[in-house]
Design a protein around this ligand. Structure first.
Ligand SMILES: Cc1cc2nc3c(=O)[nH]c(=O)nc-3n(C[C@H](O)[C@H](O)[C@H](O)COP(=O)(O)OP(=O)(O)OC[C@H]3O[C@@H](n4cnc5c(N)ncnc54)[C@H](O)[C@@H]3O)c2cc1C
Length: 460
C-alpha cells in the first residue's frame, strides 16, 4: 500500500487529531531516555482497544512495524522505532476503569502514569507497590511491558507479582484476555507472565488488572556508612540472610554521595566509601524490631549507623536518594550521563565481588563510575559519565560496559534487572539465555510471524 493510502486508512481509524506526521512531531518520538534513535513514519494516539486492534491489523496486512510507547522513559530504546513504521502512543488510554478494593485489585488502561494510580489509591489506604525512580513519569503499560520495579521490590517483588490479568491486542489484531480476577489460578499456560516483560514484542497491552496492597502503618529508615562498597555489599548479604526483610535497601557509593552533596549541599550525606539506606515498614513494633536487628547485624562492618529520628528526617533521606538522577552529572560538569551498562543484577553473595570488580573496571578504563541502586535485589546501577563529543570516551564507555555485562553474566547474573533489553542489550541475550533465546524466537514467530511488533528488540 502507498504511504498516502495507508495514512488515509489510519486517519479513518483514529481521526486526524490522533495522528502525527510532521517531522517535528515524529522527531519527539525518535528516542526514549537511552542513546538509541529511530524515526517513525506515523505516530498514532489511539483512544480504545478497538482502535488499537484495527491499527495493528492494518499494519500486519501491510507488514509495517508497530512500536508501542508509554511515556518514553525507558532506558534501553524499547519504545524507539528502530525500523520506522508506526509508533502507538498509548498515553491517551489512561483511565482507572475499576477500583475493586474489596478484592484488593484495580483495572486500568495502560497509559496512566504510575504515581497517579497511587495518588488515587492513597485515600482508601492502599498502594501499588512497584515504584521505579521514574514513577512520576512512566506509564503502567510501560512498567508492565518492562516488568519494571524499584526500591520496594526487595520486600514487595516486581511488577510481575501484581499483574492478575491483561487485555492484549495480538499482531493480527485479535484481542485476548489473560489471567483472572482471582489471586490464584492454574488454568492453562501462564499467558499473563508471558506478556509481562515482553517489551511490546508479542502484543499491545490495552488493559490490566493489578493487585494492590494495604499501606503499611509505619516505616523507618537507617543509614549505615562503610569504608568501601565491598563491605557495604557484605553487610547487605548478612542482613538479608539473617531473616530481616527491609522494605528498601539502596546503595550509594563514594562518587554518587559526592555528586549529591555537590548538587545540594544542604543534604549533607555522610562522607563514606559507600552508604546503605535500609527502610523497614510494617507495624510500630515490627519496624522498631527490624531497625534494631539491622543495626546489630551491620555494627561489625559499618563505620557509623544513624537511624532517622522522625518522619522529617526519613523523608530527607529518601529525598536525597531521589536526587541521584539530577545529581549524577555534577561529579564532573563537563561530562554527560549515558545510560549504557547501567542495570546489572547479580546473585546476592556475589555482590561484594561485583562491587570490587566495578572499581577495577573504573580504574582500567580511567572512567569514574557512580554505583547506586537496589542492592537488596542484587541490582546495581553503574552510572558512567563521558564527554559525548569525544569518540575516545565513547569507546572507553562501551568497553567498560561490555566488561560489566560479561562479568555479571559470568557469575550467574543478568545484564538487566529492571530497565529492559530493548535494542541496547539485545546483543547479550544469546550469551545470557543460551538455548532459551531459541525458544523466545519460536514464541515470537508463532505470535507475530511477520515480525511487525517492535522489531529490532530483545534479540528475537
Ligand atoms: C530517571 C529514571 C529513573 C528510572 N528508574 C527506574 C527504576 O527504578 N526501575 C525501573 O524498572 N525502571 C526505571 N526507569 C526506566 C523506565 O522508567 C521504566 O522502564 C518504565 O517502566 C518505562 O515506562 P514508560 O511508560 O516510559 O515506557 P516506554 O519507555 O514508553 O516503553 C518501554 C517498553 O514498554 C513497551 N510498551 C509501552 N507501553 C506498552 C503497551 N501498552 N503495550 C505493550 N508494550 C508497551 C515499549 O514498546 C517499550 O518496549 C527509569 C527511567 C528514568 C528516566
Amino acid at each position: 500500500m502507498q504511504k498516502s493510502d495507508l495514512l488515509k486508512n489510519l486517519q479513518e481509524i483514529v481521526g486526524n487529531e490522533r495522528i502525527s506526521t510532521s517531522t517535528a512531531e515524529l522527531y519527539c518520538y525518535s528516542c526514549d531516555a537511552s542513546q538509541i534513535r529511530g524515526m517513525p513514519d506515523f505516530v498514532l494516539r489511539p483512544a480504545s482497544t478497538e482502535q488499537v486492534s484495527k491499527i495493528v491489523r492494518l499494519a500486519n496486512e501491510n507488514e509495517i512495524p508497530v512500536t508501542p510507547r508509554g511515556a518514553g522513559t525507558g532506558l534501553a530504546g524499547g519504545a524507539v522505532p528502530v525500523e520506522g513504521g508506526i509508533v502507538l502512543d498509548m498515553s491517551s488510554m489512561n483511565r482507572i476503569m475499576e477500583m475493586d478494593l474489596d478484592n484488593l485489585q484495580v483495572t486500568i488502561e495502560p497509559g496512566i502514569v504510575q504515581e497517579k494510580l497511587n495518588e488515587a489509591l492513597e485515600p482508601y489506604g492502599f498502594f501499588f507497590p512497584p515504584d521505579p525512580g521514574s514513577s512520576a513519569m512512566c506509564t503502567l503499560g510501560g512498567l508492565i511491558a518492562n516488568n519494571g520495579s524499584g526500591m520496594r521490590s526487595v520486600k514487595y517483588g516486581t511488577t510481575r507479582n501484581y499483574v492478575l490479568g491483561l487485555e492484549i491486542v495480538l499482531a493480527d489484531g485479535t484481542v485476548i484476555n489473560t489471567g483472572s480476577k482471582t489471586s490464584k489460578s492454574v488454568a492453562g499456560y501462564s499467558l499473563t507472565d508471558l506478556f509481562v516483560g515482553s517489551e511490546g514484542t508479542l502484543g499491545v497491552i490495552t488493559k490490566a488488572t493489578l493487585k494492590v496492597r494495604a499501606l503499611p502503618k509505619e516505616r523507618s529508615v537507617l543509614l549505615a556508612s562503610f569504608d568501601n562498597p565491598e563491605l557495604a555489599g557484605k553487610a547487605v548479604v548478612k542482613v538479608l540472610s539473617s531473616g530481616i526483610v527491609p522494605s528498601a535497601c539502596e546503595i550509594l557509593d563514594r562518587n554518587i554521595i559526592e555528586a549529591i552533596n555537590t548538587y545540594d549541599p544542604h543534604v549533607g550525606l555522610p562522607k563514606a566509601g559507600a552508604i546503605i539506606m535500609f527502610e523497614v515498614d510494617g507495624t510500630e513494633n515490627s519496624v522498631r524490631e527490624g531497625i534494631e536487628m539491622i543495626k546489630d547485624v551491620c555494627s561489625s562492618l559499618a563505620t557509623s549507623i544513624r537511624a532517622a529520628s522522625d518522619k522529617t528526617e526519613r523523608d530527607e533521606i529518601w529525598a536525597a536518594r531521589r536526587l541521584v538522577g539530577a545529581a549524577v552529572s555534577r561529579l564532573d560538569p563537563l561530562r554527560t550521563r549515558v545510560y549504557v551498562g547501567e542495570d546489572i543484577g547479580v546473585p546476592l553473595k556475589e555482590l561484594p565481588g561485583m562491587l570490587h570488580k566495578v572499581g577495577e573496571i573504573s580504574k582500567e578504563f580511567n572512567l569514574p563510575i557512580m554505583t547506586y541502586g537496589h542492592i537488596g535485589d542484587g541490582n546495581l546501577h553503574t552510572g558512567m559519565c563521558i564527554d559525548v563529543l569525544d569518540e575516545t570516551d565513547w569507546d572507553k564507555l562501551n568497553k567498560a560496559a561490555d566488561k560489566i555485562h560479561r562479568t555479571a553474566i559470568s557469575i550467574g547474573g543478568t545484564v538487566t534487572a529492571e530497565h529492559g533489553v530493548g535494542s541496547a542489550r539485545a546483543e547479550y541475550m544469546g550469551l545470557e539465555l543460551g538455548k532459551g533465546l531459541d525458544v523466545m524466537i519460536l514464541i515470537k514467530n508463532a505470535l507475530d510471524p511477520k515480525g511487525i511488533l517492535n522489531p529490532g528488540k530483545m534479540g528475537v
